[in-house]
Design a protein around this ligand. Structure first.
Ligand code: HEC
Ligand code: HEC
Ligand code: HEC
Ligand code: HEC
Ligand code: HEC
Length: 333
């Protein structure tokens, strides 16, 4: 009886919900949802190796689906019953945001979200509590919600903070809802690479595009997502390093000047990528350092988003070589 229910309930469910469920994800409801976390008395919410009832009746938490092999999975995209699920913690080739596996080498390689952090502390100089973001601690730092990055940062539970996003029609990214924001980062704009290599920054013409701004005011809050959609403004919700000038470090949301120092950066680099003021309709391989629109320095010009193989989440080994710096700075080549 229970077994047949498992199959029938999703069918009824899909008839009821189908009109609202747009094509953002595909596959049977049962791939991702369980109604009672029970099949023949065995648990069904076991993705990622844990079990328990989850909000939205999913078969795992964020890590359950997005680190399907609990860090030891081989693929950067797992196919779960026909649904393609991008992986953030696995042994394969990194996706655009990096790979949480590097936290096993050193805490300072990335964001030590509680569900993944393998060392359990910040070792060698804790960054908790982060100035201005003291409510985020080593034991609540989440993927989403109030103590994390994705979804609605006003909602505490990380799944509830994402509610509706996975089923949203995200063919237009307008930053108004979580589902229609770049990578479910509420308010952030960008162009999601949906080509042959989804979720990857593969080469100069096959990559994501990020929203930048020109010369934001020094007050980070004035440019945080919701108003400008800037990816750097988003990072600045927790890190106050976002301004056009150098008071708080290297300029971000700042255009490459039409100056000999910068004018050799003409082909988009996935080592030190730039953001755009006007996002192209398809990923573009062109950069024109004219101090205008398509050549904006951003936090992600130098950093990864989740974790990288380098100190301080850098895109290159900045302790031993400054090769990434010279993508933009000619005189330092
Ligand atoms: C590939 C995985 C996947 C599949 C397949 C899937 N869902 Fe979901 N669904 C999710 C996730 C993840 C959430 C929770 C986070 C969110 O809402 O973004 C969710 C949330 C929901 C919600 C609550 C949020 C809302 O939109 O109100 C409903 C209802 C829902 N799903 C119904 C369905 C139905 C019906 C089907 C089958 C037609 C289905 N889902 C198939 C992953 C999936
Ligand atoms: C039941 C499985 C499941 C769970 C649980 C789940 N996801 Fe997903 N997630 C998916 C699938 C499938 C996709 C791919 C959707 C698509 O093709 O756009 C996805 C895509 C994403 C993306 C990329 C969206 C894009 O622009 O392509 C993000 C970010 C994300 N999920 C975050 C989360 C977070 C944060 C949580 C926890 C609150 C979560 N997911 C929980 C299955 C899941
Ligand atoms: C929700 C708050 C939040 C947001 C948004 C956020 N971070 Fe962080 N970040 C943290 C916290 C907390 C730490 C300290 C704990 C840690 O390192 O895991 C941290 C640490 C870092 C570190 C140092 C890593 C280390 O361990 O020494 C870098 C670099 C960094 N973040 C870059 C970024 C970039 C780039 C963005 C935007 C893509 C960003 N952060 C967005 C909360 C945030
Ligand atoms: C030009 C490259 C570059 C850009 C752009 C950049 N960073 Fe960094 N960031 C670094 C380097 C290099 C370090 C290592 C420490 C240092 O040299 O100050 C670092 C360190 C950090 C740290 C760790 C600080 C600590 O106390 O250990 C955080 C957090 C951080 N950056 C966040 C950001 C955010 C957020 C942005 C965008 C607003 C940003 N960075 C833009 C290169 C950059
Ligand atoms: C994505 C392009 C880009 C990358 C990568 C980059 N820079 Fe810059 N950098 C710029 C731009 C643009 C300016 C501001 C130029 C201006 O308007 O005068 C700048 C300014 C500077 C300045 C001068 C700041 C001041 O006070 O005027 C220094 C120093 C600097 N960068 C060092 C670095 C180092 C070190 C790295 C590598 C860790 C690096 N940059 C990586 C684009 C970049």
């Amino acid at each position: 009886m229970k077994r047949s229910l498992i199959y029938i309930v999703p069918i009824i469910f899909s008839i009821v919900f189908c009109s609202q469920v747009k094509a953002a994800i595909s596959g049977n409801c049962v791939n991702c949802h369980t109604i009672h976390n029970s099949q023949d008395g065995s648990d069904m919410a076991t993705y990622g190796g844990t079990s328990g009832e989850n909000p939205c009746l999913t078969r795992g938490g964020c890590v359950g689906c997005h680190a399907y092999g609990a860090g030891s999975g081989t693929y950067n995209v797992e196919n779960i019953g026909g649904s393609e699920v991008p992986q953030v913690w696995h042994t394969g080739t990194d996706l655009a945001a990096g790979n949480f596996k590097y936290l096993a080498d050193a805490d300072n390689r990335g964001h030590n979200v509680f569900a993944i952090n393998q060392e359990g502390d910040e070792g060698g100089g804790s960054m908790f509590p982060l100035p201005g973001c003291e409510d985020i601690t080593a034991t609540n730092f989440s993927c989403a919600g109030k103590y994390g990055c994705h979804g609605d940062r006003n909602v505490t539970d990380e799944t509830v903070a994402m509610k509706g996003a996975h089923h949203a029609d995200d063919s237009t990214i307008d930053g108004r809802t979580t589902g229609t924001s770049y990578r479910f980062l509420k308010g952030v704009l960008g162009l999601e690479n949906n080509g042959d290599n989804p979720w990857q920054n593969k080469n100069p013409i096959d990559h994501n595009e990020y929203q930048g701004l020109i010369a934001p005011p020094n007050d980070a809050s004035a440019t945080s997502p919701g108003t400008g959609g800037s990816i750097s403004g988003f990072c600045a919700e927790c890190h106050d390093y976002h301004d056009d000038w150098t008071e708080s470090g290297h300029p971000t949301d700042h255009s490459l000047p039409n100056d000999d120092e910068y004018t050799s950066y003409t082909t988009y680099s996935i080592i030190a990528p730039v953001a755009r003021v006007i996002l192209p309709e398809t990923p573009s391989g062109t950069v024109a350092p004219t101090g205008t629109n398509d050549d904006i320095v951003m936090c992600l010009s130098c950093h990864g988003a989740h974790a990288t193989n380098h100190y301080k989440l850098m895109r290159w080994d900045n302790l031993n070589n400054w090769s990434g710096c010279s993508v933009c700075h000619k005189s330092k080549q």
